[in-house]
Write a protein that binds this ligand. Structure first.
Ligand code: ADP
Length: 251
């Protein structure tokens, strides 16, 4: 069992007087690979922003030592008005480490180049970010998060709106970040089949409903029904999960 790096103790999250989830007591271990799943408005973003420290907890405590977090937001939320290059966008990850716009050091440049190379974008580093395809933008945002040199990476619906090859190559990249770079990963996605086949643990979230554990333990038709208020069929073919809504006719 890997070392525990994040502990939630009696955590309640929400806004003002409105609690969304209460009584969360969980531990996250080094190199955990966690799928975060639940309907729109369930509280996934609220939970992750609470973990990042961007939203104040209603009660309880999250201990996370001095971990560095890399956050990859939904692609649509990042639309720079200035003609930033891919390199500039990734360098923003380095700026986020200090409070002011300090001078770029040789070390900053090295880490940015390494992040670009790891995600396979070195050859387009001088291109305008806004001119990139959806898949390239997503990779750039992942490189920006890697430039922070994080221990924990949070990805919010990274494969949304991508064509099939880009989609699968991105899932392959995320899997490598887990296995090669040994990052602890939170992957928010609506694509249940994808999530189930790549992560090791899963969080099922709906308002006032929270389950977390090994995928084999938590992923069940009953728990998905409780999460989505809708019936799902889970089957396994050659060790791969296929999850589809029940009563769906596939022609
Ligand atoms: P998800 O990420 O699962 O779609 P969110 O965490 O964004 O869900 O939202 C959970 C609930 O909190 C929703 O009902 C949403 O309307 C509400 N909410 C989100 N942001 C705020 C906010 N800043 N103030 C008050 N309520 C919010």
């Amino acid at each position: 069992m890997n070392k525990e790096i994040i502990n939630f103790t009696d955590v309640s999250i929400g806004y003002g007087n409105t609690a969304i989830l209460t009584g969360i007591n969980i531990s996250i271990a080094e190199n955990d690979f966690i799928g975060v799943v639940g309907p729109n408005g369930a509280g996934k973003t609220t939970l992750l922003k609470s973990l990042l420290g961007n939203i104040k907890l209603l009660s309880g405590r999250i201990s996370k030592d001095d971990l560095r977090f890399g956050y990859v937001p939904q692609r649509d939320t990042v639309q720079p008005l200035l003609p930033y290059t891919v390199f500039d966008v990734v360098m923003m990850g380095r700026y986020s480490l200090s409070n002011s716009f300090k001078r770029i050091s040789a070390e900053d440049k090295r880490v940015v180049e390494e992040s670009l190379s790891y995600i396979g974008m070195s050859d387009v580093k001088n291109k305008n970010y806004n001119s990139l395809s959806g898949g390239q933008k997503q990779r750039t945002l992942i490189a920006r998060a890697l430039a922070v040199e994080p221990a924990v990476l949070i990805l919010d619906e990274p494969t949304n709106g991508m064509d099939t090859p880009s989609h699968y190559s991105l899932l392959e990249l995320i899997t490598r970040l887990h296995s090669e770079k040994k990052l602890t990963i939170f992957l928010v996605s609506h694509l249940l089949t994808d999530v189930a086949n790549i992560v090791k643990k899963i969080m099922l979230i709906d308002k006032n409903y929270f389950q977390f554990g090994d995928i084999g333990e938590i992923l069940s038709e009953e728990n998905l029904q409780r999460t989505y208020s809708s019936d799902f069929h889970i089957s396994e073919i050659d060790g791969e999960y296929i999850i589809i809504p029940k009563h769906t006719k596939i022609l």
